[in-house]
Design a protein. Structure first.
Length: 156
C-alpha cells in the first residue's frame, strides 16, 4: 500500500477514537464500570486513581494492533494501532495535563478551543454521580461551549 493510505488510516483511526472515547465514557465508565471511574468525579487523595485503569484498557487494542500488524509485515493493523496511540497521547495531554493539571504545565492556554474543552469538561464534572452527565467527549466539545469561549475571549 502507498504511504498516503497508511496516513489516512492513522488519521481516520484517531478521529474514530473520539467516538470510541465518548461511547465508552458515557455507557461504560458511567455504566457498569462506574466503580473504576467514580473516584475521578469524587476526588480522592493521591496521584493515581482507579480511573487510571482505563489507560491500560485502551492500551491493549493499540498494542495488539501494533503486534499483529508488525507480524504481518507492517500491514494496516499496525497503523490502526498508531492512530489509537496518537489519540491516547492527545487524550493524556488534554485531559490529564491541560484540564486536570496532574502536571503543572499548560495552565494559561487562552485559545477559544482550549477554553471550550475546559468548559465542557467542567460541566461534565459538575455531576458527581453516574447519572445525568453531559459532555462525554474529549477533543470535540459541543458548539455551545465554543460560543461561550468566544464570548469570553471578546470580553478579555
Amino acid at each position: 500500500m502507498h504511504w498516503s493510505i497508511y496516513l489516512l488510516i492513522v488519521i481516520g483511526t484517531f478521529a474514530f477514537m473520539e467516538f470510541v472515547a465518548w461511547f465508552t465514557h458515557k455507557y461504560i465508565m458511567h455504566g457498569f464500570l462506574w466503580t473504576l471511574h467514580k473516584d475521578h468525579h469524587n476526588k480522592t487523595r493521591g496521584f493515581f486513581e482507579k480511573n487510571d485503569t482505563f489507560f491500560l484498557i485502551f492500551a491493549v487494542p493499540s498494542f495488539l494492533c501494533f503486534l499483529f500488524g508488525w507480524l504481518e509485515g507492517y500491514n494496516y493493523l499496525f497503523f490502526i494501532g498508531l492512530g489509537i496511540l496518537a489519540y491516547g497521547i492527545a487524550y493524556f495531554f488534554v485531559h490529564d495535563i491541560f484540564i486536570h493539571q496532574r502536571f503543572k504545565i499548560l495552565r494559561k492556554a487562552k485559545h477559544p478551543y482550549f477554553q471550550a474543552i475546559r468548559y465542557a469538561h467542567k460541566m461534565h464534572h459538575k455531576h458527581l454521580s453516574k447519572e445525568d452527565g453531559e459532555s462525554f467527549g474529549m477533543l470535540f466539545a459541543p458548539p455551545k461551549y465554543f460560543k461561550q469561549a468566544l464570548k469570553s475571549a471578546k470580553k478579555s
